[in-house]
Design a protein around this ligand. Sequence first.
Ligand code: ATP
Ligand code: MG
Length: 189
Amino acid sequence: MNLIIFGAPGSGKGTQSEQLIQRYGLHHISTGDLLRSHIANGTELGKVANVFISKGNLIPDELMLDILENELDLHPEVKGVIFDGFPRTIPQAEALNKILEKRGTKIHAVIGLEVPEAELTDRLIKRGAISGRSDDNAETIAKRLEVYHRQTAPLKEFYTSRGSYHAIKGSGSVDEIFASITQVVDRIE
Ligand code: ATP
Ligand code: MG
């Protein structure tokens, strides 16, 4: 079973993924975490990625897709994947369909965490105070939300039209939100 956890920056994708991997034994692929580890290790890729990330922009699709395929190839034995922070553009989603088809599998469900805009900003500002992330400051947060609405939000319609989008109320306690997610996922398995 392959899931996409979908939502705006600060919608709680990473938090909910941690519980999902435990409950369903899935492999977590967070493209944001992968990119941040490249930055922390000072790799060439990290240097390139940091130019985009620190401005709140997306990494170019081709680069992101290379990283993603490489990560899938590194873990051929997994029984399923949670994609967190990927896909973020229509071309990434189309490429992901092809990549999974080549591997004899598909996306089984997209879990869309829906959170009011004001709450997103609030959460990201608070996270910035402890995360030390270069992109969790007011200016970059506004830019990331704008990029989300322009480039990523259209994926909701992309997956709705394919019957795989499931809207989840993403405000409330972490456990309440997780419970609504498991109601959806348990019906898929
Ligand atoms: P959340 O808070 O819900 O975990 P986020 O948007 O704050 O989400 P990440 O998913 O960690 O954070 O992404 C951080 C940055 O990494 C993005 O702003 C973008 O620059 C880059 N990035 C991550 N995933 C992708 C992707 N699929 N395509 C292009 N760029 C990406
Ligand atoms: Mg994240």
